[in-house]
Write a protein that binds this ligand. Structure first.
Ligand SMILES: [Zn+2]
Length: 417
């Protein structure tokens, strides 16, 4: 009996994880194909071979469609430029912290679960900003040991206490040696502590210049207008949060060509709707929660102002922490419905623009020949209704089918005869 069960499992798993296109091209058809850069093909196809896209376009006469996905919209694999996959809620219902009784095994399994949840929600690439444990997670995903999104990580962060400008440069080089893909700086206090600038201008200039010298992008946590402006002027690549950015700060980002990722709602709602998970840990206290309550109505206004600032490179990132993994699309909904971002800008921000911000624009984030076969089928058209992002039917990463709710439906229909 046990052997029969094991045999059944062996048969079931490879079907889901089998690479497509090794034998010949795979041609997927969908009612609508959106390439992530503004092109659209009703009744479109995407051709895949060897894990890469070889063609995208309208269904050609005589095309041998391998799989008709039906009444869905095919979009590029979604990209979240700010997550924390190793953050999780323990079995005791609290945010995991050091010495809480959980060991490495619990932490590793939780991180793997978060990675899987994120991938099943349609996110095939994420940037973690970031923990040392991300290195093993990134490598396990890349080797196919566990299912998860392509992971780019800072492996940690630097801040005003990291030392002199020269010491900061040393630390940037050390991150590079340890395998970091990106550098993360904290240039301001937390939103729970007012968000004022902490790193000096000289520290920011040194860290961002050294990151670039090492071939790494530098992403900066900055809340108030002063810290946002300082980070932009220092030539850093991307500003996270910037909840209190003003016209001058936004102008500084436009002038410097800085990517900007302000959060609209998911991260705040996750904290406020689940206070017991966090309450009593660090600055998650009455004052911290009150500060977050205050920003909830302000954050969508910042999205709207950013979306209406000509030339500002607005990109998608949730800052998903413990409890928020897999709910990334909530942030898309907030940006569209409360931040009034146009739906084409929302799609670009979570696909082609996000890829460009990561320096991966020629590999992921759009559907075109030569790109990774990262595809998501949505139950609706995300250019008409943002709730389509909550209806993920099919996920392919690098040509490998990771989720196929449509096949399950098809099988159910067939079994009913
Ligand atoms: Zn974060």
């Amino acid at each position: 009996m046990r052997r029969a069960l094991a045999f059944a499992l062996c048969l079931a798993a490879p079907a889901a994880l089998r690479a497509q296109g090794d034998a010949g091209p795979t041609i997927l058809r969908a009612a609508l194909v959106l390439d992530g850069t503004g092109k659209a093909w009703p009744n479109g196809t995407v051709t895949i071979q060897g894990g890469r896209i070889t063609a995208v376009g309208a269904l050609a006469a005589g095309a041998k469609v391998t799989r008709d996905l039906g009444a869905v919209t095919l979009v590029p694999g979604l990209i979240d430029t700010h997550v924390h996959l190793t953050w999780y809620i323990t079995g005791k219902g609290k945010l995991h912290v050091e010495n809480d009784g959980d060991g490495l095994t619990e932490a590793a399994l939780a991180a793997a679960g978060n990675a899987s949840r994120t991938l099943m929600a349609g996110f095939t690439t994420v940037q973690s900003l970031g923990s040392p444990e991300d290195a093993a997670l990134r490598d396990a995903i890349a080797r196919g040991v566990i299912a998860g999104p392509r992971l780019i990580t800072s492996l940690g962060s630097l801040n005003e206490r990291s030392g002199s400008p020269e010491a900061l440069k040393d630390s940037v080089r050390a991150f590079k040696r340890r395998g970091a893909d990106v550098i993360k700086l904290f240039a301001s206090k937390s939103i729970r502590e007012g968000g004022g600038q902490t790193m000096t201008d000289a520290q920011l200039v040194a860290a961002c210049a050294e990151g670039h010298a090492q071939g790494l992008r530098v992403v900066v946590h900055a809340h108030d207008a002063g810290s946002v402006t300082a980070a932009a002027k220092a030539g850093c690549d991307q500003i996270e949060h910037g909840l209190f950015a003003d016209d001058a700060a936004r102008a500084a980002m436009v002038k410097a060509g800085t990517w900007y990722d302000p959060q609209c709602g998911l991260v705040f709602r996750n904290y406020l709707d689940h206070k017991p998970w966090f309450d009593g840990i660090g600055n998650y206290n009455a004052a911290g929660f009150a500060a977050m309550e205050k920003v909830v109505p302000e954050a969508p206004k910042q999205i709207e102002r950013a979306a209406n600032t000509k030339g500002l490179k607005l990109v998608f990132g949730t800052d998903a922490v413990a409890g928020a993994h897999g709910h990334n699309a909530d942030e898309l909904t907030c940006r569209a419905t409360q931040g009034h971002m146009p739906l084409d800008a929302v799609l670009a921000s979570v696909t082609s623009r996000a890829a460009a911000s990561l320096g991966l624009g020629s590999d992921v984030g759009s559907l075109a020949p030569g790109m990774q076969a990262d595809l998501v089928a949505l139950g609706g058209d995300p250019l008409k209704d943002v709730s389509a992002y909550h209806d993920v039917r099919y996920v392919m990463k690098g040509g490998v089918v990771m989720r196929d709710a449509l096949a399950a439906q098809l099988a159910a229909r067939k079994s009913r005869g």
